[in-house]
Ligand binder design. Sequence first.
Ligand code: CA
Length: 427
Amino acid sequence: MPITANDTNRKSWLEVPSNSDFPIQNIPFGVFLTKENIVTVGTRIGDYAIDLGALQQLNYFEGIELTDDMFMQDTLNDFISDGKKTWRLVRNRIADIFDVNNPKLQNNPKDRDIVIFDIKDVEMQLPVLIGDYTDFYSSKEHATNVGKMFRDPENALLPNWLHIPVGYHGRSSSIVPSGIPVHRPMGQTLPNGETTPVFGSSRSVDFELETAFITTDVNIMGENIPVTETEDYIFGMVLLNDWSARDIQKWEYVPLGPFLAKNFASSISPWIVTMDALEPFRTKGPKQEPTPLPYLQQKGKHSFDINLEVAIQPENAEATVVSRSNFKYLYWSMCQQLAHHTSNGCRVNSGDMMGSGTISGPTPDSFGSMLELTWGGKNPLKMSDGTERKFINDNDTVIMKGFCQNGQVRIGFGEVSSKLLPPFVRQ
Ligand code: CA
């Protein structure tokens, strides 16, 4: 089925600001709360939020087989569960409804009033009920940098890294959408030069620049999915700030890996950009040497050219961009991650989220965490107000953006923006 929604000649009758992340060719999916306190599944064009529940009730999806309440829900899980064919039909239809050449909704002020909201008047929610969250560690540059700092500069990359898309199971309970502030965590650390640990607030809270993909129902328990088929099970992507407490991490991570240093908060952008929308930005990932084992081998273009950016905004000051990276630097593809995840028969469900791991580029200004950007705090970064940062200060806001752009179209994610609050104190 052709992806007619991606037609770059298409124009919407809704105004789209130039350089918007959300032209009519994007059509991402999300969940929002309206002023009337109604939660609905929606999409976005320009600076308008569009109520898909209302569109369905008004019969604009006639001819597409959908359950009656498909969009009148507070999560996208059912829609995602319906599979790729439905996603494509619905996206194509939305493009058609908002096409400048289609008068139906355009010339119906009563329906328009029910369906279309100013983006400022809605409150974005988590788009899916995330059952399970897995975080990979798939940037070779990041793994090498961290290995150099935390372990052995001579053998920075562990022997398994070039053979396995390394990952761990995170906590879905602490995933929050953009805009929700996060408290500096308390935890156990071993201060430098000491032999006994202390308990207190983390002194090195960091961001991790990541993307994440959201899956549909992938398999039944015991069944594996061949790498060549994995793309059918990936619905779309979001930006992910995987908040990390480096001092807690350093003390706790041996031998089982990340635990409380990572599970206090993970922030995501609220609009899921579909893999269909990202199709024009396919590109090859890095050359894999040594050749992966057969179950991880794939041919063709399985990465995406997605520009990524991180800025830090101190309270009452302008934001300063501290990193510019790109999704295409990632060594292991999402397909390889998913094939590996199911290779032992592990079940993956609709709405599960898989983090990429910190996406660091090859140059120091493209590193995806403060740990790397300041090299463990040795080289502080200067902010617009003249202050310096080794890690994130209380009341700083971390803003991540992501977009794809070619000569014809820009497809973006908007942003994931979250403020770091002082430690939570029980009253
Ligand atoms: Ca991470």
